[in-house]
Design a protein around this ligand. Structure first.
Ligand code: CMX
Length: 435
């Protein structure tokens, strides 16, 4: 057993006993009441899941195992020799182990993923069966599904594994999946936008540095951006569509590949991860309509009003839980201020930030008028010439593997239950309240 896996194993017993004792003491206590409006309103605000890896506060934003993004930027190991941003290997380690890793832990994890990263040829064939113009997220989920043939969990289940050991092949699947996703994503990018001219991995680099390299970006500043990007997009507690879908599908003992591809199908929706491409599309069509250049605040305001009047959303703004500016937005803004303060698109994104909240607030219905993670990420990518915005959600997806897979390993380790909430009908509810 590898050292990382063995270290994880030491944590399982304690966690199981902690939950058991907690349930024995408090299992019958209530944590809230459910309103009828929540049943029709996407279960907003209903605490119905356990997710240990991160927690979202409406005002403060995300904390990963208790640490805010600025704290992670300070505490997590960086790329040796001058890196400034946390390594995604480190956030995965933190989410899985509930421990800040050492430089050695992170190096070991990087090497472990590099060893697991070979992608079998049939994955590329499955992707190649799609038209090259297929949306990159479609190519991505097909690639993930094709990889399911490699599932150690599915093989072990077929042989008849004891449920106490489910976590072991799930750990193998999760680690293999994370290790292979950058190659699959880069393959899709090069296939779609660079005439299928692929780039061999460089295993002297870390997980995100190598990903940037395989995409065709060897600039150190871009690698730093990828490290930050992968870290801040990795997890956002348990109830968002992608994380929840992975957990839900995984609760049927579907393996890591089946579960993760379900999450990626959710991420591909415009109200969730696809919003990152929509933001750039929206800004570009505004610029086109205005004849280019830096739009004035008044022009942006008019364009926002037009978007709303057409019954569309302003992408990158609003959130189902957050009620303030997303700290993931702020982290990206700080990166831009440090590396590209005069970039045209950055100036537009900043001006949009000054204009949109007031307009959304004036609608009287938008609960959170502030920007979310997707309002900024595209601008940073555009700056380094990753301009093909339909690819952006794939980057989000690669990052999301870190949180969802740490959770899936834990789900199997503690024997999480099959998810099966009840549903009712409008007639039954009417009957209940008529009495
Ligand atoms: N532009 C226009 N209208 C918006 C809006 C926006 N950015 N955000 C919310 N609203 C509208 C909703 O559509 C809803 O309208 P109706 O009552 O007519 O249906 C109303 O305001 C109330 O919505 P809410 O309670 O404030 O927000 P929800 O929890 O229902 O939805 C979200 C949250 C993110 C889907 C929504 O804010 C939105 O559509 N934003 C734009 C898309 C986006 O940026 N998504 C990415 C989110 C982050 C991520 O998952 O990656």
């Amino acid at each position: 057993m590898d050292k990382i896996k063995a270290h994880f194993q030491t944590k399982i017993g304690d966690q199981i006993s902690e939950i058991k004792d907690f349930l024995a003491a408090h299992g019958d206590e209530k944590i809230g009441d459910i309103k009828v409006s929540q049943l029709y309103g996407g279960m907003r605000g209903m605490q119905a899941l356990i997710c240990e890896t991160s927690k979202l506060d409406p005002d403060e934003g995300i904390r990963f195992r208790g640490y805010s993004i600025p704290e992670l930027q300070e505490k997590l190991p960086k790329f040796p020799g001058g890196g400034n941003e946390p390594l995604p290997e480190a956030i995965f380690y933190l989410m899985l182990m509930n421990e800040i890793p050492t430089d050695d832990d992170v190096r070991r994890l990087s090497n472990n993923w590099a060893r697991r990263s070979i992608v079998p040829p049939h994955i590329f064939k499955a992707i190649d069966a799609l038209p090259v113009t297929a949306h990159p997220m479609t190519q991505f989920t097909v690639g993930i599904m094709a990889l399911q043939t490699e599932s150690e969990f599915a093989k072990a289940y077929k042989k008849g594994i004891n449920k106490k050991n489910y976590w072991e092949p799930t750990y193998e699947d999760a680690m293999n999946l994370i290790a292979r996703l950058p190659r699959i994503a880069a393959y899709i990018y090069r296939r779609r936008y660079h005439n299928g001219e692929h780039i061999e991995p460089d295993h002297n680099l870390d997980w995100s540095g190598n990903f940037a390299h395989m995409l065709g970006f060897d600039n150190e500043e871009f690698r730093e951006l990828m490290r930050l990007y992968m870290t801040i997009h990795s997890d956002h507690e348990g109830g968002n569509v992608s994380a929840h879908a992975v957990h839900l599908v995984g609760s049927a003992l579907s393996d890591a590949y089946l579960s993760f591809s379900a999450g990626m199908n959710g991420l591909a929706g415009p109200l969730h991860g696809l919003a990152n491409q929509e933001v750039i599309r929206w800004i570009q069509s505004m610029r086109q309509e205005l004849g280019g250049g830096l739009p004035s605040k008044e022009e942006i305001a008019n364009y926002c009003r037009k978007t709303l009047a057409e019954g569309k959303v302003i992408p990158g703004f609003g959130h189902a839980v957050l009620r303030k500016t997303d700290p993931r937005y702020t982290a990206q803004r700080e990166f831009a201020l440090q590396h590209m303060p005069h970039d045209d698109m950055f100036l537009i994104v900043s001006r949009v930030y000054e204009v949109v909240p007031e307009i959304l607030e004036a609608t009287g219905k938008v609960k959170n008028p502030w920007p979310n993670v997707d309002a900024h990420s595209g601008q940073l990518l555009m700056h380094y010439n990753l301009t093909e915005y339909e690819f952006y959600t794939v980057l989000f997806g690669v990052a999301r593997s870190l949180g969802t897979m740490a959770n899936l390993i834990w789900d199997r380790a503690i024997g999480s239950a099959l998810e099966r909430p009840g549903s009712t009908t409008t007639d039954l509810l009417k009957e209940k309240f008529a009495k």
